[in-house]
Design a protein. Structure first.
Length: 253
């Protein structure tokens, strides 16, 4: 299948350069730092709670949930770096014109790039899940919320990856693509910040747009179809925008 071949090529080309290795290693180190900091904080709270009655700190609430929330923030900065070269590099190297004159359709190119980049992001996330796995093996967290919470982080990451690739479709400059993606994702992440000061209808709309409003359920171990549809919709929007951008550029050439 053409899409899978393009995705495989995207994965291979990404791992040829040291950039992906550096990002994955940095992500693992930074996520590990925050995980063990949260774990140390939990142990301190647990020691204090042992001297009090009727107080039992929850491992998921003190470690897993804030850890996954921290991963989301870290991804805001790393995803633009991973997606900035996706389609912009094809234009810079002059291979975009060759692809457009080949039997490959714009949709196939876009979905191949999207899937390839998403696989890289998921692989990077799986390395960070080793910390949660260690907690499951050596401690007693609520396992189902740990797994569902990680699924929420994965959907969050893939949705933002699709948006990053969509931005990459508009320019041949990787720097511009990366900076615009970072600004877009940061604004999207905090879009609900003014919600409490706005009229109810507008505030509720902004809360619905905010990805953090939809990861809360996952982090609590609740798998909601509304939240899943939200992230799937973001992915489709990203794919649609990228497809339309490249299609417009193809007709201009």
């Amino acid at each position: 299948m053409v899409i899978l071949r393009i995705a495989a090529k995207e994965i291979r080309s990404s791992f040829v350069t040291p950039l992906v290795y550096i990002i994955c290693a940095g992500f693992l180190v930074v996520s590990g730092f925050f995980f063990f900091s949260l774990l140390q904080q939990f142990n301190a709270v647990l020691a204090q709670a042992s001297m009090m009655r009727n107080i039992s700190p929850n491992l998921n609430e003190w470690v897993i949930i804030p850890y996954y929330q921290t991963l989301e923030v870290i991804l805001l900065f790393l995803i633009p770096i991973l997606t900035m070269r996706s389609l912009a590099e094809e234009k810079k190297n002059g291979t975009f014109e060759l692809l457009m004159t080949s039997p490959i359709s714009v949709a196939q190119l876009v979905w191949g790039k999207l899937l390839g980049t998403a696989v890289i992001v998921v692989l990077m996330l799986l390395t960070s899940f080793t910390y949660s796995l260690l907690l499951i093996i050596f401690s007693d967290p609520e396992v189902l919320p740990v797994l569902i919470g990680f699924l929420g982080v994965v959907l969050f990451a893939i949705a933002f990856t699709f948006l990053g690739v969509a931005v990459s479709a508009f320019t041949s400059s990787q720097v511009i693509s990366g900076v615009v993606s970072l600004i877009l994702l940061l604004l999207f992440y905090v879009v609900d910040a003014p919600a409490t000061k706005l009229p109810t209808v507008i505030g509720e709309f902004l809360r619905y747009l905010a990805p953090t409003s939809h990861t809360v359920g996952f982090l609590k171990g609740v798998l909601s179809s509304i939240d899943v549809i939200y992230f799937l919709s973001l992915m489709l929007v990203g794919a649609f925008i990228a497809n339309r951008a490249l299609d417009a550029q193809r007709w201009r050439q």
